[in-house]
Write a new protein. Structure first.
Length: 300
């Protein structure tokens, strides 16, 4: 009977609903040597990280040495060396040696590593351009567009950009990293004459598309206000760009409302405008706080 080291059946992996691997089925017997080839973005590294138990499959089945990847026995038989050094970039050689000894002591004694998420705050220092062909302005602190007289009645798309340095130790600390826009705040319910409304003060007004290092990572417009950016981040400098679009009501609020008197004189009053009191500037943009959060489990 063949002793299979790797048994993958219809294996798949997605990040933020973007498929990276689809339908990978493969078997590797003991003693075999296998090379994985493919163009950039084909999913080679993701596949190897699945085999190294650093990622969990989104679909399909995976057996390693006849065991589930979650079985502690599996990791004792696996060695994985990627294209990164996996050293601590901010530590000296002596400090690195001390940290490795601490890690080994935690492993040998079974000491639990804290499961609290780690975070990098990104709420300050954004460059924001309103519309196309405009010069960006600096936002020292995130706030609503309606707080500034020049953008109070702006409706359209604004581009937020920021460079972020991510330590390799941060990426190594937890398997999943998400860009977190914060939680919405519940609003007291009110009686509506007509229509529907979500009684939630959202941190994103009204929708945003996230790019990390020129790759689309996902979009946010409803809870949870977070995007999985794990496959797009790298150790060192990263460029984050967020396209944010708001409601057309702000544009309408900054202009005179339609006057239907002449129309009514000529044709009679065929309709009555409703809820015109609601035509007012609404909070817009990214309200913050925004954080990169590394967590032991998926942020979705």
């Amino acid at each position: 009977m063949t002793s299979w080291v790797i048994e993958a059946e219809n294996l798949s992996k997605t990040f933020a609903w973007v498929p990276v691997l689809r339908g990978v089925s493969y078997r590797v017997a003991q003693g075999e040597t296998v090379a994985v080839f493919g163009p950039n973005g084909a999913g080679k590294t993701t596949f190897l990280r699945l085999l190294a138990t650093l990622l969990k499959p989104s679909g399909g089945t995976l057996q390693l040495f006849g065991h589930s990847p979650d079985d502690p026995v599996v990791r004792q038989k696996i060695g994985f060396l990627g294209h990164d050094s996996f050293l601590y970039p901010d530590l000296t050689p002596v400090e690195t040696n001390q940290q490795i000894k601490t890690d080994e002591r935690q492993r040998d004694t079974g000491q639990e590593i804290p499961s609290e998420p780690l975070a990098i705050d990104l709420s300050t220092g954004w460059r924001v351009a309103f519309g196309l062909g405009t010069n960006p302005v600096m936002l020292d602190q995130l706030h609503s567009w309606t707080d500034d007289g020049t953008t109070r009645y702006f409706s359209g798309t604004a581009t937020y950009e920021k460079n972020v340095t991510v330590p390799e130790s941060f990426l190594r600390s937890r398997p999943n990293v998400r860009l977190d826009f914060g939680e919405g705040k519940p609003l007291p319910e009110q009686n509506l004459r007509a229509g529907m409304q979500a009684w939630l003060d959202a941190p994103v007004r009204e929708a945003a598309v996230v790019y990390v290092n020129d790759q689309k990572a996902g979009s946010v417009w409803c809870p949870p206000y977070a995007v999985d950016v794990t496959p797009f981040l790298r150790a060192g400098n990263n460029q984050i760009k967020i396209l944010v679009a708001n409601s057309a009501l702000n544009y309408m609020a900054g202009r005179r409302l339609p006057d239907y008197r002449l129309l009514n004189l000529g044709y009679g009053e065929r309709f009555q405008a409703q809820d015109m009191d609601k035509v007012q500037a609404l909070p817009a943009g990214l309200l913050g706080p925004i954080r990169l959060v590394a967590a032991p489990q998926s942020g979705r």
